[in-house]
Design a protein around this ligand. Sequence first.
Ligand code: HDE
Length: 741
Amino acid sequence: MPAEDKIMIPGAPSSEPPTVEEPTAAREPLAPKPDQQGPEAVSPTGSPTGEPANSRAQSGQYLTTAQGLRVGDTDHSLKAGPRGPILLQDHHLREKITHFDHERIPERVVHARGAGAHGVFRSYGTASRITKAGFLAPDVETPVFVRFSTVLGSRGSADAVRDTRGFSTKFYTDEGTYDLVGNNIPVFFIQDGIKFPDVVHAAKPHPDREIPQAQSAHDTFWDFVSLHTEAQAHTMWNMSDRGIPRSYRTMEGFGVHTFRLSDEAGNTTLVKFHWKPKQGVHSLVWEEAQIINGMDPDFHRRDLADAIEAGAYPEWELGVQTFPDTEDQMFEGIDLLDPTKFVPEELAPVQPIGLMTLNANPTNYFAETEQVAFHPGHLVPGIDVTNDPLLQVRLFSYLDTQISRLGGPNFAQIPINRPHAPVNDMLRDGMHQTAVHGGVAPYRPNSLDGGCPFLAGHDMGAFVDVPEELAASVKERRNPASFDDHFSQARLFFRSLTPVEQDHVIQAYTFELGKCYEAAVRERQLMALANIDAGLCAAVAIGLGMPAPGATVQVPDPGPSPALSQVGKTWPVAGRVVGLIVDSSSDLSEVSAAREALDAAGVVPLVIAPTGGVLGAGTNQEVVVQRTYLTARSTEFDALLVAAGGSPAADAEQGRDAKAGEPATRVDPRVVLMLSEAYRHAKAIGAWGAGSGALEAAGITRDTPGITVGEGPDAVVPAVQEMLASHRAWDRFPAAPQAGE
Ligand code: HDE
């Protein structure tokens, strides 16, 4: 039909470009009317950094009600006489108790337990070749907030459990907030987000008795992962030392999914993000982790906060693996959209693009660490998502969950979530609205508020979704065939580990499956292990006292990736903690010399003595005691130095009198326990003076790996530091049975 013959319907959408020109230059919005002098506070969504986060919280010297009324008595309710009933009219009592009753908000359904820190990210500029993201341009500094977490446990659960760790970073960029919401493991349990409720329900405590807390060592977890073999690769990482990191500071982080970067010209590159800790990658050993969870459930939280408070700021380099944005989105046979697969560094090196330094602790846990809201859909121009079916579901889930967790849609106005870029969003009202929005036209186009806000073009910093051509396809519930291989990467991971690390994996499977009551679950998981590695399967089967099944599927055999092993490398020792065990038999000048040497290397020396206070008080050799034999446990320390061999003071503290035939003094059993635990956990131990007697009492011989006995600290401390750089005396662990077919 010729154009002029078209029937025009007034008000119908037209495919023609609009004929009315939109304003392109900013005009002042209508001025507030003289009668609109509202509260002075500016819109919390309107200013880059806004007023100070705590501007309304806690000011003035006197206790007040929430309305600012001064309070004269907050310890006694208003009663009908001292022994009488409390009166309903006591508005202060009711306000205080009502507020208290509502202090808790729902904990996160996963990642409930966490620890946060502020910091700064400085870009090297190396990524500006492939992305226009402003915060990745050379030398740009961007404030960040990071939250580390465990996945399974409740808010009050212990830190050192065997679990995946979350590693979420909020970059407050000039172009809007960018969230990189990753984990310390580069692969995930499931390929499609629709299964997330299933894996989480299986891993959480059993619904009848709500046990076990923060553990995967139970029937429902292993039931799920053995039935659902795509979870095997992630589970293998969990069973390795990566499942029990030494510290948040010594964890790697991974964006897991493949993301798409784009430059100014619209060229695209696929990338995977990596965080590499400058402190090294270190883990606990299982017995150590179990002791820690009893001794100090806040171990990781405390470690992060203490390091930052001490000025030992943890640092991570952000890096990318880059892949051409090809039509099939495959790289070396690995489907880049399959989140159960990672790309070995040997195939695609991690290229550093910036450095993150965490340099400030939160002021208030609830306001910051608890209320921070991450979302993989918080993107900036130059960084876009891919069609990874796990990521696609996350793009829905994170926004949705904040609405119930933070009580409504205005969580971006909470100080920790406020962007550091100007916000002009036309979102209005809703629960917990704290902005006092001016104007009358929160819609566009409008002519009443000066036509604002305008739409930005891509050359004005707009986020433009990367146009992606989609192959003609059918609507269906199905995975591509390239998602079918569930075992090769679990095999790759296991075979890349050293024998001692493999032994830890074997012990972890044996422990966890040993906690399963259902024989069918154990059998099924052994069948999965048989497809991963026959040696692994056989060793676990022996531990469980069950027959080892044979493999049932042909599994591709990728070469190993030595980068995955944590053994055989050396790392900086700065920030590691060394316990210095002393008693009244110790030479205090030597103790001071040892402290100074450790201090000079950035190591944290903590003096452990029979009682607290100051050793050599009043002399010129005073040594302050940081831990006592009662409060210390080996698990707090990365290495031990011992200059104590039993002392009359320690004996006196225990009320001990030497009996006939006994040595005049004996080594305190708590020192013996510390040394034997540190020995079992393959930590470096050094001794001098009476300390060699303490080693003997603990049954430790000096010719074992990682043990140094010398004349004094000058001979011992450097050797212990050197050993600390390798993290543990790995040779002290028993070797694993040989892996393989
Ligand atoms: Fe999450 N995840 N997740 N997740 N996730 C949440 O969001 C979810 C996934 C991760 O410190 C929740 O705000 C779905 C992968 C971290 O605040 C929730 C799926 C990865 C954190 C949620 C995944 C993660 C969360 C709970 C499958 C690693 C803590 C509270 C499609 C790349 C963030 C919240 C923080 C938190 C959903 C899978 C990491 C419910 C549906 C893969 C680090 O929205």
